[in-house]
Design a binder for this molecule. Structure first.
Ligand code: ATR
Length: 273
């Protein structure tokens, strides 16, 4: 039941109808019997700032921000978290009691939470240098990864990203990845290869360290061709759905006042929809 005092939050993006965030947050609202709602809102770029202000004015506790607004929305933020500042993108806004807007990037948090019990902070190779890679590289640097290796089709994007990281970092041409595989602790695909089952980064899994943890940010399909090959090689894999689920935790706590857990029931519910 939603009363007149219900706490409200939501997600803005363009498009928005594919978003899984309403499923996740309303699941937690439901099981915790919280008087609140989380709704998807289609907001186009020209209305971004006025829409955020309007949601704040009508009493929303905050919102998630998704594609294509994660960078532009920083204009409306009064206080940025350190990680959001470094990444240059925000996915969670909190409308504070004092009227200020706090902006955070919980994609980084979600990525680390999803792997931290299996990742030993050793060498990490990140494929891709787009928005998701930015969040992941900064998150790994912040988490204390020993070394970050970045490879991307467009090499100068990897070089730009590498310059920002205050850790041991190396940029590698896609053709030379083979020289780095036997020493890795973590291999991450942040490219869009594998989305809808199409394509796979060109990796010789035979020479990948068997102890390396392998993960993908794509979660549709859950087991991408990349993860399937890694698993076939005997490597431990972690799918990308966990990152999506964990990134929702800090926002939920900030808006609805409850620290929630990611569990199999939530995973299965999201997968069944
Ligand atoms: P996201 O926000 O999900 O990271 P993005 O910023 O568009 O999305 O980045 C997509 C990433 O996938 C980039 O690293 C891109 O490589 P380029 O920088 O060279 O464009 C990578 N990518 C997309 N299609 C690819 C392909 N066919 N082969 C290799 N890399 C690809």
């Amino acid at each position: 039941m939603i009363s007149g005092k219900a706490k409200l939050a939501g997600v803005i993006g363009d498009p928005i109808s594919h978003s899984k965030s309403p499923l996740i947050h309303n699941y937690w609202l439901n099981i915790n019997q919280i008087d609140g709602a989380y709704i998807p809102l289609h907001v186009n770029s020209k209305d971004l700032i006025s829409s955020v202000k309007s949601l704040q004015n009508v009493g929303f506790k905050g919102i998630n921000v998704t594609v294509p607004h994660k960078i532009e929305v920083i204009k409306v933020v009064d206080e940025l978290s350190d990680l959001a500042k470094k990444i240059g993108a925000v996915n969670t806004l909190v409308f504070k009691e004092d009227g200020l807007i706090y902006g955070d990037n919980t994609d980084a948090y979600g990525f680390i939470e999803n792997i931290k019990s299996d990742y030993n902070k050793g060498e990490a190779l990140i494929l891709g240098a787009g928005g998701a890679s930015r969040a992941i590289c900064h998150a790994l640097a912040d988490f204390g990864a020993k070394k970050i290796i970045i490879s991307n089709r467009t090499i100068n994007k990897a070089e730009e990203l590498a310059k920002e990281l205050n850790v041991d970092v190396e940029v590698v041409e896609l053709d030379n990845i083979g020289n780095y595989l036997n020493n890795l602790s973590l291999l991450v695909n942040t490219t869009s290869l594998g989305l809808n089952g199409n394509g796979c980064p060109d990796i010789d899994f035979n020479i990948l360290n068997k102890e390396a943890l392998v993960t993908d940010i794509v979660y549709n399909p859950l087991i991408t061709p990349f993860l399937e090959k890694a698993q076939g090689n005997g490597n431990k894999i972690i799918d990308g759905l966990g990152m999506l689920l964990y990134q929702a935790v800090p926002g939920f706590e900030a808006w609805f006042g409850k620290k929630v857990k990611v569990d199999d029931e939530l995973r299965n519910m999201v997968l069944s929809k």
